[in-house]
Design a protein around this ligand. Sequence first.
Ligand code: ADP
Ligand code: MG
Length: 399
Amino acid sequence: MNYNKKSIEDIEVAGKRVLCRCDFNVPTKGGKITSDKRIVAALPTIKYLVDQGAKVILCSHMGKPKGEWKPELSLKIVADRLSELLGKEVIMASDVAGEDSKAKAAALKNGDVMLLENTRYIKGETKNDPELSKALADLADVFVNDAFGTAHRAHSSTAGVADYLPAVCGYLVEKEVSIMGKALANPERPFVAILGGAKVSDKLNVINNLLEKVDTLIIGGGMAYTFLAAKGYGVGTSLLDAEKIDYCKEMMAKAEAKGVNLLLPIDTVVASEFPNPIDGEVSVETVASDAIPADKMGLDIGEKTRALFADAAKNAKTVVWNGPMGVFENPTLAKGTIAVAQALADSDAVTIVGGGDSAAACEQLGFANEITHISTGGGASLEFLEGLELPGIACLQDK
Ligand code: ADP
Ligand code: MG
């Protein structure tokens, strides 16, 4: 995939109708936005377009209305908040590229901003229906994708619309693509990848691609146990993807053949059961990774492993991290994740964190400011690391 894409600064937007796909999928509670982080993050692109005198038409999905007109998933609350942040009116359309959108888009003056309704109110959106893509395109002269979190989806508003309009990226997508693209295509070495978390089967696929690129691959979190099982160790009641044991064996052989340093936990923090509630009290002990008792589950990396992983991360020049090392939501089981976050914070490397829970862990544990880049897209950043083509990026014009 070509990571060098044209951005809003590479084309003329003055006086043009610009359809900009944002990620306004904000968390809400009782009809109120609980975090406006995603709206704030979209401001640089929107302000640039406004300052250039574009007619700005924003769109996004929120939640999963699945083609139903659910009022609680209306983007009106986003329009209100955006209007406060911009200090100017944001015109709210009552439909998605329907009659009202058309009329309002046609009446826009240079520098005006409008927002369409939730794109997933229309069934065609997630099917990448050409009819919806065409209707969206008809509103505008240019398409801008600034939603990285949905860039791995081929939907009408993320990719399909680019079949009919010149398409470029906004600042958010540009940053994601340039930082992660460079790390993958041309990393400063040593290049270390750290994988963890619970979505074992999703993430195991990333390993094959990463082994082509990294000098060291570190595996912790819930993923590690399938590897430990592949080494012939008992893993007790730990997370295990039994169908992937052979794959893990293959990956260990591939690492050896390629001279990649593959690090697995050498000791493990175990408990009798998963804490309930997740941040509730839990009684733990640390055992060697080849001696996990049959009735115990591994919930964090042990102290020796923390030192081993932190050491490898500290000496790197590029680090990509996806997935917590343990059940970090629980203070007793957060030590492995803290150790890795601390190592990233202490290193001079370019550090990139992807994955919703990993990003949350960095923020919750207070390391966010010391990380070079925290990706805004969990699934998208993972597919990026997997070496897959992201439809929402592939559809943009190359530089
Ligand atoms: P991300 O969102 O960063 O991609 P995942 O969603 O794959 O990460 O996994 C995050 C979850 O993994 C966290 O909720 C954490 O509690 C859980 N987790 C980490 N290690 C373990 C483990 N050993 N056993 C069970 N769950 C784990
Ligand atoms: Mg997650």
